[in-house]
Design a binder for this molecule. Structure first.
Ligand code: 8DG
Length: 90
């Protein structure tokens, strides 16, 4: 099963979600920012890397929120979700 990390970034009562690019797998679906764990990475390392790559945001993990499994036709994933805070530049 593919393991994927996802960030729940909440600010002023709103949660950030992102849309997958047109032409990619599962295109135009909405998702929590994150991505799949590469070999040799911990979930936390994957998570910080993906958020920096995708959103150029520095974040701090507040806590693990939940894991959720889902079976697509193309395979099964386990989504590992964290609540996070953004680190604002001074
Ligand atoms: N980041 C994120 N991914 C999600 C969510 N829900 C969900 O089913 N996914 C799935 C979509 C993708 O199959 C996978 C994320 O992997 P990815 O975007 O890093 O890579 P991918 O599987 O599209 O691409 P590939 O390199 O395996 O071909 O997790 C979500 O809320 N956030």
């Amino acid at each position: 099963m593919k393991k994927v990390t996802a960030a729940i970034i909440e600010k002023n009562g709103r949660v950030l979600i992102a849309q997958r690019p047109q032409g990619d797998k599962l295109d135009l679906r909405w998702e929590f920012p994150g991505g799949k764990i590469e070999q040799g990475e911990t979930p936390e390392q994957c998570f910080l890397r993906e958020i920096k790559e995708e959103l150029n945001l520095d974040i701090k993990i507040t806590k693990h929120f939940m894991n959720s499994c889902y079976k697509y036709e193309t395979g099964e994933i386990e989504l590992i979700c964290y609540l996070v805070e953004t680190i604002e530049a001074n």
